[in-house]
Design a protein around this ligand. Structure first.
Ligand SMILES: *[C@@H]1O[C@H](CO)[C@@H](O)[C@H](O)[C@H]1NC(C)=O
Ligand SMILES: *[C@@H]1O[C@H](CO)[C@@H](O)[C@H](O)[C@H]1NC(C)=O
Ligand SMILES: *[C@@H]1O[C@H](CO)[C@@H](O)[C@H](O)[C@H]1NC(C)=O
Ligand SMILES: *[C@@H]1O[C@H](CO)[C@@H](O)[C@H](O)[C@H]1NC(C)=O
Ligand SMILES: *[C@@H]1O[C@H](CO)[C@@H](O)[C@H](O)[C@H]1NC(C)=O
Ligand SMILES: *[C@@H]1O[C@H](CO)[C@@H](O)[C@H](O)[C@H]1NC(C)=O
Length: 434
């Protein structure tokens, strides 16, 4: 059986995630018409299953299936503690609003199955803000539920044979909710992640992604000011590798600005960016508290960039006026190596916080080719300290060059994180096709 890795579509903001592994086995299923076998790779397989069609779903693209999805999942939730369940979504256009998943559950989208996001606002309930944010991130009050949603879930798989999630997000742009781009993801494997926005997540792996975004391609977060500090849940042990990103107005990978629960042990490797504002950017502010530390970046090829290195200590943006002005973030041990960039306006804009410098910055083996009309000053460093080795153009004095023999500076850790060794297993599911 050949398992193909296939692409998927994500719409940001409504937070849709679709990642699929295709299956050749379905052909035999089709041929036998009534019975077949799904085969797919996933972290865990399920003992039970049902088709959306069994619950009266209509795939004409205009009939709402919100209640059908919810009824199917509520029904299947009874199997959570009995080996879990799979919901099979057959080919067709399935219009739906937001629905909630359950634990130990797999949502399987067959080939040519399209989940079409409803444009009827009443299909998108307003829910409580995240406790680590205290309020809606973009407006006061709650937040809209995502198309595929759930809280306190464990062991959820969204997979299939190259189905599509089409959020029809333009309604939300026009609503002035900030949805700044469309994201297209090629094969992605990201256990334990909320997609491209890991927020207070431990052990996350994002790999083999192709992302086009009006915002950051990956934004790593962990709560906002006093709410994030009191919730205290960091994002840590995050692996990002083989990422290709286009984000003309934002970063390839942003750390923050909501980082009040802390961000630690991020390893980013083999990153390619075309036309982005900056590479791996750190954003924070007085009042955030928290930390960004032990960040390792290795192997970036960047083309057309405003700033390769960008750190911002005065990002501002507070949930309310009750943030603690003494809650200053700790930024330490930030490593970048093996970087080739071209068509760059300015190598680095590194702005720490007065009285709270960003420390332990290490940059080695970076060759930055400049744009036709580059900035006169290539490195602007304030309230930062660290070292560099074999970097052109010449870094600022705060990151004085240690010479070519120190090229091994800023080394990537040699150990591997637990999430790196997590493997998929092949699942198969006997199937009765209606
Ligand atoms: C989905 O979950 C959210 C938060 O847990 C809850 O507010 C909402 O009512 C749930 N929706 C349904 C249809 O159960
Ligand atoms: C999720 O878990 C947290 C902590 O255990 C709890 O406070 C919260 O009420 C739960 N939320 C839902 C929707 O079950
Ligand atoms: C997967 O779906 C996408 C979008 O519908 C399509 O462009 C692509 O060719 C499909 N890939 C395979 C292997 O079927
Ligand atoms: C410097 O980086 C390039 C790729 O950017 C890599 O091919 C080369 O091996 C690196 N040199 C050293 C000494 O690590
Ligand atoms: C270089 O970057 C500028 C924008 O700063 C862009 O207009 C131009 O097309 C780029 N040139 C190349 C060769 O990519
Ligand atoms: C350097 O950055 C500081 C802020 O940290 C700014 O005030 C200053 O104008 C910048 N200098 C140049 C030459 O860009």
């Amino acid at each position: 059986m050949i398992v193909q890795a296939i692409g998927c579509i994500i719409l940001l903001g409504i937070l849709l995630v679709l990642c699929t592994n295709g299956v050749e086995g379905r052909k035999s299923a089709r041929q036998s018409r009534k019975y077949g076998c799904l085969e797919y790779a996933a972290i865990s397989c399920r003992a039970h299953g049902a088709s959306l069609a069994d619950f009266g779903g209509v795939s004409d693209g205009t009939t709402s299936n919100t209640k059908v999805f919810q009824a199917a999942i509520d029904h299947l939730s009874q199997y959570s503690s009995e080996g879990g369940a799979l919901l099979y979504v057959p080919p067709g256009r399935w219009l739906t609003g937001s629905f909630n998943l359950t634990s130990h559950f797999t949502l399987y989208l067959d080939k040519d199955a399209v989940l079409v996001g409803s444009q009827d606002e009443s299909e998108w309930p307003l829910i409580e803000p995240l406790p680590s944010y205290g309020r809606g991130r973009d407006t006061d009050g709650g937040r809209y539920s995502s198309l595929i949603f759930g809280t306190n879930l464990t062991d959820v798989v969204i997979t299939g044979a190259n189905g599509t999630l089409d959020g029809q997000g333009d309604l939300w742009w026009k609503n002035n909710v900030i949805v700044q781009g469309i994201t297209i993801l090629a094969p992605v494997t990201s256990p334990n992640t909320d997609g491209i926005n890991p927020d207070s997540c431990t052990n996350t792996r994002i790999e083999d992604c192709y992302i086009v975004s009006g915002d950051d391609c990956v934004a790593v977060k962990s709560g906002w000011d006093e709410y994030g500090i009191s919730y205290g849940m960091p994002t840590k042990q995050l692996v990002i590798r083989r990422l290709t990103c286009i984000s003309p107005t934002s970063a390839v990978i942003a750390l923050g600005s909501e980082m009040s629960g802390g961000i630690q042990d991020v390893r980013a490797e083999d990153i390619t960016a075309i036309d982005s504002e900056s590479g791996v950017r750190i954003k924070t502010a007085v009042g955030r508290g928290g930390y960004v530390k032990d960040i390792y970046v290795k192997g970036m090829v960047l083309k057309t960039m405003k700033w390769v290195f960008w750190m911002t200590g005065n990002y501002g943006s507070h949930p309310d006026n009750n943030y603690d002005p003494n809650a200053i973030p700790e930024i330490n041990n930030i490593n970048y190596r093996d970087i080739i960039a071209e068509n760059v306006s300015m190598a680095a804009r590194l702005e720490g916080i007065a009285g709270d410098p960003f420390t332990g910055i290490c940059i080695s083996n970076a060759t930055i080719g400049l744009a036709e009309k580059p900035k006169k000053v290539q490195w602007n460093c304030t309230d930062v300290s660290g070292i560099s080795s074999t970097v052109t153009p010449k870094p600022c004095d705060q990151l004085a060059d240690q010479g070519p023999e120190k090229i091994a500076l800023c080394n990537f850790p040699e150990d591997s994180l637990p999430i790196e060794s997590m493997k998929f297993q092949m699942c198969s599911h006997s199937w009765k096709f209606l």
